[in-house]
Design a protein around this ligand. Structure first.
Ligand code: SF4
Length: 422
């Protein structure tokens, strides 16, 4: 059930962690005190925090904020990036997916290599340091398609970081190319692949994945692909998609598994909770699986970011909020719940939009900086691999405006505030 009263971690800033901990239940206080003293939050502890009562939420969120400050300080980052979803044709039939089309559908797209390279060039001219390239698993992709796409982009913009191809696409491409995952990844790295999105993880639980994705890419195959990438020096992000047919035990186990891979490889750059967007997802619209929920509650969204911060402390210290899933206002609140990164400016977001998200396709660098200032933190433009590129403590980014006209102002709530204050 969705909570009616908005919870705002920003309003807790005046209260000390000790005060909030003293008001929480004994079990939760015990776990948070241990987390604050640097002890690892176990999978069982994580599950307890996820199951904790609403009255414990302020203490959990505040503890995550304290750990965030200890681990990464007051800077909050974003990256200038363009999403390029080169095709939406896909026959894998993941039940939650609102993005995939069939070849004959009128809104099916498959961009030419020249179009992808051109989009990368436009992004570069707008200050992007990264293109994030992902697509459906189009059955007609030639075996060398992924490699050739990298050649095309790197030929056009040699210095662009190419963050591309989910583990699902890597699995698909390796089969097409008749190569082992490792050989295929080596070929892509050689062709210019800079890093990989750790998407298609959904929930790394055999039963849940079987229901969601028909188990085409198994949990084992996801892990094997990520391990293979990390083993050849390709770093990746890590994600969780939650709020559908899953629950606290899956969430804690998923984060614990991500942590154990990180202990072994050190290859994850960040962890990104992706709140399930249900509005136009077939999983929800068609009630494809009994008991599917209309996304995570507000409380679960806060808990997910906060508990991830607590469980991953010292292993993955970049916790990103997806403004596409939650909106700019909620993303700014998450900066008080353990988050230190607002992700990418995106320019052309289409996957969440296809599932019914209504938060827009782009946040400009100037808007990112405003959001971070609003949260009382220091904005930093970063690279894909978290090198600081520019700090905005004493100046603003050039306001280049959005790539396309936007129906809504994504940071309207802030502009009202400024007008009222001015
Ligand atoms: S989630 Fe990805 S792999 Fe699954 S159907 Fe959608 S586009 Fe295809």
């Amino acid at each position: 059930m969705h909570s009616a009263k908005p919870f705002k971690p920003s309003t807790l800033r005046a209260k000390s962690a000790e005060t909030l901990l003293s008001q929480s239940s004994r079990e939760v206080r015990h776990i948070l005190e241990r987390a604050l003293s640097g002890r690892e939050v176990t999978r069982e502890d994580g599950e307890t925090l996820f199951r904790a009562a609403s009255s414990d939420l302020p203490a959990i969120v505040r503890a995550a904020d304290v750990v965030r400050e200890e681990r990464v300080g007051d800077r909050a980052s974003f990256v200038i990036v363009r999403n390029i979803n080169f095709t939406n044709v896909c026959y894998m039939g993941c039940r939650f997916c609102g993005f995939a089309k069939r070849k004959e559908d009128p809104d099916a797209v498959w961009y030419s290599m020249e179009e992808v390279a051109h989009r990368a060039q436009v992004a570069w001219d707008r200050g992007a340091t990264e293109v994030c390239i992902q697509g459906g698993l189009h059955p007609d992709l030639p075996p060398t398609y992924y490699r050739d796409l990298l050649f095309a982009v790197k030929r056009q913009v040699p210095r662009m970081h190419v963050h591309a191809f989910s583990p699902f696409e890597i699995w698909f491409g390796a089969h097409k190319r008749k190569m082992s995952t490792r050989e295929f990844l080596l070929e892509l790295k050689e062709a210019g692949l800079g890093s990989m999105p750790g998407t298609a993880a959904e929930i790394l639980d055999v039963e849940v994945r079987r229901k969601l994705t028909r188990n085409k890419l198994t949990t084992e195959a996801w892990i094997e692909t990520i391990r293979a990438a990390h083993s050849i020096g390709l770093r990746s992000t890590s994600t969780i998609m939650f709020g559908h047919i899953d629950g606290p035990s899956h969430w804690a186990a998923h984060i614990d598994l991500i942590r154990s891979i990180q202990k072994e490889t050190g290859g994850f750059t960040e962890f990104v909770p992706l709140s399930f967007v249900y509005a136009e997802s077939p999983l929800y619209v068609d009630r494809a699986i009994p008991g599917v929920r209309p996304g995570a509650t507000q409380e679960e969204n806060f808990k997910m970011h906060a508990v991830a911060r607590l469980m991953l402390a010292g292993w993955i210290d970049n916790i990103q909020v997806s403004w596409v899933k939650l909106g700019a206002q909620m993303a700014a609140e998450m900066l008080h719940a353990g988050v230190n990164d607002l992700g990418g400016t995106l320019m052309d977001e289409s996957i969440s939009r296809s599932a019914g998200a209504d938060f827009g396709e782009e946040l400009t660098p100037a808007e990112m900086v405003k959001l971070i200032h609003h949260a009382g933190r220091t904005p930093v433009r970063r690279s894909t691999l978290y090198d600081s590129l520019e700090e905005f403590s004493d100046h603003e980014p050039v306001d280049i405006g959005p790539l396309k006209p936007r129906p809504h102002d994504p940071i309207k709530f802030l502009r009202h505030k400024y007008v009222a204050a001015g």
